[in-house]
Design a binder for this molecule. Structure first.
Ligand code: HEM
Length: 144
């Protein structure tokens, strides 16, 4: 990647947060930028979840604290968070494999289509897995 100093209009300057957000949003129609942003966002979300999860597991030593922890996992709100977690894992994993394959073995000319394929696959996996997660909480109680 080129240095900031080589970019027109940004000689020697780091872009401000406002410029970064504006640029990110104005790149909405570019699959490459969306892929990069989503990959970074899901990667960061997974790291944060992993840290929170490991901190939570410290309650294993205390049965009362563990009961509180595991009750959170059973709450309907957490099921929604689990579906989002599944979506993050699916997209990050599939897109990560796409990046690794194109970096190491085969650089396709049609990255846009590959990205849309990765996105669609992630949505399908999230819907299929998400349905089994939310079914007992949001669907089963309303069935006759
Ligand atoms: C199947 C599993 C995974 C695959 C195939 C994968 C693949 C990748 C690849 C290829 C990159 C580099 C992206 C690039 O060069 O632009 C990356 C970045 C990253 N991954 Fe993963 N990853 C996986 C799982 C995870 C997990 C479990 C976490 C967190 C707990 C994670 C966190 C991150 C983070 C924070 C980055 C940096 C994102 C950035 O700077 O844009 N990844 N991953």
């Amino acid at each position: 990647m080129r240095e900031n100093s080589e970019r027109p209009g940004q000689q020697g300057k780091r872009p401000s947060l406002r410029t970064f957000v504006f640029t990110a949003l104005s790149y909405r129609k570019r699959a490459g930028m969306s892929a990069w942003l989503l990959h970074r966002f899901t990667g960061t979300a997974l790291v944060l979840y992993l840290v929170a999860h490991i901190m939570g597991l410290r309650s294993l030593a205390d049965p009362a604290a563990f009961e509180v922890y595991i009750t959170t996992f059973r709450s309907p709100l957490f099921k929604i968070a689990e579906v989002m977690l599944l979506g993050s894992i699916a997209f990050h994993a599939f897109n990560g494999l796409r990046i690794m394959i194109q970096d190491m073995f085969y650089r396709s000319e049609n990255q846009r289509r590959l990205f849309y394929g990765v996105f669609l696959l992630s949505v399908l996996v999230t819907l299929a897995g998400g349905l089994t997660l939310v079914f007992p909480y949001f669907i089963a109680p309303f069935l006759p």
